[in-house]
Design a protein around this ligand. Structure first.
Ligand code: ASP
Ligand code: MG
Length: 422
């Protein structure tokens, strides 16, 4: 059995859905567990819906939701031939559930409503793809992952209840493969023991695919993307970027940790633990080999570059020249948690702590204001954070030409540079 994951870009038009359908149909009758994300930019659109709702702008929320609805209904109409009505009925049930809520007044946390609304993107996309494939004569079963994937109620970043989820996968999902070739379900979402919807963090569908692979007898996972393979750098920023044919789990977990947008960082552990290889392949060019990620050590890797623009460097300095020790540093980490922000890099000195963050505007201002009670706070914006794995002098020289190095951190494998435009 294999696990395939298709992201939003692979189903953002009729042609793309058909193309994705072709890749899946070619795999059947081999058994396939299919994880699909929301169509195109649906998750972003749904985020706007929740924001309007939570600010008490119910009319706006409903109007914004109307666009999501129309977009899906239109796609469905052009996609389906005979089974259209049945598919539309399923979509409409999901719409009603959300609209019903959007008429209310919020009485719980923003994160709670976020998950109740945003989860519908994946429910809609998978229902659509499932009806389409069924019409293409693929023996496919759609399941609501919220009946399977149990989480805690830490909305927007829910943690998996592995034991419960495993039992459900064994007792509910596996038996479907006796009758069906393909079981399709939603990435990114889950549910609490009180049947509240939850989400696993943006881009979480990769993680869902890894969870299923870990708990099923899966031989491999394939993540289908709109790139030919994993690259050594973002080719839009670094024209010399090259394709990397093979990577180890360790290398990928490091790359994801430093912010490479290859794969959701939580994806690797469930695969590594069961020694399940992960293939990254292009849905536009399925015949290309892509990248294989496995436990095999990666040899002769080129320098791998991860860019993070819009960085802010904050210096938290002791007010009275005392050492920056456990307690104030702990307080600071509490503040990071409160504003939901984590440093991409930090460095201690005797009386100060330097941290580099994604510049999330107001969140940063709030953090700086709150921290100024404990520390003297200095802040510099518009910086670039570059991480280079397997660096060499030439690469560093090229990358830092015409720039000032504000901060540098080096290990044998990795260098991180905070840069100011020169
Ligand atoms: N649809 C979700 C997102 O855009 C999850 C995913 O695509 O993995 O973040
Ligand atoms: Mg995605």
């Amino acid at each position: 059995m294999k696990v395939y994951k298709f992201g939003g870009a692979s189903i953002n038009s009729i042609e793309r859905i058909k193309n994705t359908g072709k890749i899946i149909a070619e795999e059947a009758p081999e058994k396939l567990l299919l994880v699909v994300s929301a169509m195109g930019k649906t998750t972003n659109a749904l985020e706007k819906v929740v924001e309007a709702f939570y600010e008490g702008r119910n009319e706006d929320a409903l109007k914004l939701f109307e666009q999501v609805k129309e977009n899906h209904l239109k796609t469905l109409k052009f996609l389906m031939v005979v089974g259209w009505k049945q598919a539309e009925d399923q979509l409409k049930d999901f719409f009603t559930e959300i609209e019903w809520m959007l008429h209310d007044k919020p009485v719980r946390s923003f994160d709670y409503y976020y998950d109740q609304v945003v989860c519908c993107g994946e429910l809609l996309s998978t229902a659509m793809v499932s009806h389409y494939l069924n019409e293409q004569k693929v023996k496919i079963k759609w399941i609501d992952v919220r009946d399977i994937l149990r989480t805690d109620n830490n909305f927007r970043d829910a943690a998996i209840d592995w034991a419960f989820t495993e039992t459900k996968i064994r007792s509910v999902v596996l038996p479907f493969f006796e009758e069906y070739d393909v079981v399709i379900t939603q990435g990114f979402i889950g549910s609490t023991d009180e049947n509240e919807s939850t989400t696993l963090g943006r881009e979480g569908s990769d993680f869902t695919a890894a969870i299923f692979a870990n708990l099923l007898p899966a031989e491999s996972v394939t993540i289908w993307k709109d790139v030919d393979a994993v690259m050594s750098a973002d080719p839009r920023l670094h024209p010399n970027a090259t394709i990397i044919p093979a990577l180890s789990f360790t290398e990928v977990i490091e790359m994801a940790y430093y912010g490479a947008q290859v794969i959701h960082p939580k994806t690797i552990k469930p695969l590594q633990n069961k020694d399940i290889p992960l293939f990254v392949k292009s849905f536009l060019n399925p015949s290309l080999p892509g990248t294989t990620i496995s436990r095999k050590l990666s040899k002769n890797l080129p320098p791998i570059i991860v860019d993070k623009a819009s960085q802010v460097l904050i210096q938290f300095k002791s007010k009275d020249f005392s050492f920056v020790e456990d307690k104030p540093v702990q307080q600071l980490h509490e503040l990071f948690k409160q504003v939901r922000i984590q440093p991409n890099l930090s460095q201690h000195t005797a009386i100060s702590l330097l941290c580099c963050f994604d510049d999330k505007g107001e969140k940063i201002d709030q953090l700086a204001a709150d921290a100024s009670v404990i520390f003297d706070v200095e802040l510099e914006r518009n910086l670039l954070l570059l991480t280079v794995r397997h660096y060499d002098a030439e690469t560093i020289n090229t990358l830092t030409a015409n720039k000032q190095i504000v901060l540098e951190q080096k290990t044998q494998e990795t260098v991180q540079l905070v840069l100011r435009a020169g």
